[in-house]
Design a protein around this ligand. Structure first.
Ligand code: AHR
Length: 326
């Protein structure tokens, strides 16, 4: 009698535990219970750029404003470390994870581990490969820019400024990351329709200023007749401009440079006549990220992609936005 009661009790505890846990095969992401204050994890791929610092400041400020606790992890540029970081956030029992995945594929195990543990994930600024994980099923949503459109807009600006005739070097962002893949596609698709817009070289410089400089130096030796540079972000564009000046070529005159992000340094370079234009990637995710989390907790349907609308900065408006830039 006593023995039967004991087994009934064990069985119901097991069933209760199952309710709280997610499952990798579930057709929707784990739910988020409405609470006054949350403990939220934020996993960043790295923090060594003005863009990443601005993003972290924004997330921190919003967490403080709402009285939520933020547990922050910095993967230092390693996808393996970022997977371990997400596992550590899961082990700490956070309510939800904001994840900026360094790589479209390598972070899939982290997304699925959170799902299995019953912790909802919101992807910020970078997304994952949709054939491997899907919004509304494996994670809540992706909040970020349209990277293909960013590439298309830079190509359009460059084509206009060069009268459709340029020998272009492309500095790609980190291989395997969604912004690098999308920007390259948008840019290349656009210039393919313009016969004299020729891509003479395309090489990764990992979104880093120093690598942007090194790769440009190397590519200029092979292609001294390059007349334009498309950098997938401002940091690499700044590096490229330094490389151009080192070999006596004037950015903005001898070589037209265009990029993406909208940092303060880039806006100053536009004002100085060195950079043609930059398409914004707004790093200030705090308000939209936490507002989306609150909507999700209230049980509202969340769109699979919360699209961030990007501005376009060139010589007509760079001075106007300089003071508010990061
Ligand atoms: O994911 C957003 C991109 O990541 C930014 O455009 C880039 O500068 C950063 O490294």
């Amino acid at each position: 009698m006593l023995r039967r009661a004991f087994f009934r009790c064990v069985a119901s505890v097991g069933a209760l535990a199952m309710v709280g846990l997610g499952s990798a095969g579930a057709q929707e992401p784990p739910r988020l219970r409405p609470k006054e204050h949350y403990t939220v994890g934020f996993s960043q791929p790295g923090s060594a750029s003005p863009w990443r610092r601005a993003q972290l400041d924004s997330i921190r400020a919003e967490a403080i404003k709402r009285g939520d606790q933020l547990i922050y992890t910095d993967a230092g540029g390693s996808a393996d470390k970022q997977v371990a970081d997400v596992n550590a956030l899961i082990a700490q029992g956070v309510d939800l994870i904001f994840l900026a995945p360094r790589d479209e594929k390598l972070l899939i195990p982290a997304v699925m581990a959170a799902k299995s543990a019953g912790i909802p994930v919101i992807l910020l600024d970078r997304t994952v490969n949709p054939s491997l994980a899907q919004a509304g099923r494996d994670y809540v949503t992706f909040i970020g820019s349209d990277f293909v459109e960013q590439g298309r807009r830079t190509a359009e600006a460059l084509t206009k400024a060069t009268n459709g005739n340029a020998r272009i070097v492309q500095l790609e962002g980190l291989p395997g990351s969604s912004p690098a893949n999308g920007r390259r596609k948008g840019f290349e698709d656009f210039i393919q329709a313009h016969r004299d817009m020729t891509l003479v070289a395309s090489q990764p410089a990992d979104f880093e200023r120093a690598k942007g400089q090194q790769v440009t130096e190397a590519l200029l030796r092979v292609h001294p007749d390059a007349s334009a540079i498309f950098a997938h972000n401002d940091e690499m564009a700044i590096g490229a401009m330094t490389a151009l000046e080192a070999v006596g070529r004037t950015p903005g005159k001898d070589v037209i440079v265009v990029s993406v992000d909208g940092t303060r340094t880039a806006l100053q370079a536009i004002i100085d006549g060195k950079l043609l234009a930059t398409v914004e990637t707004n790093p200030r995710f705090g308000p939209v990220a936490f507002a989306t989390m609150a909507r999700y907790a209230r049980g509202e349907p969340i769109e699979p992609w919360v699209v961030i609308t990007d501005r376009f900065f060139d010589k007509t408006n760079a001075a106007q936005f300089l003071d508010s830039a990061y």
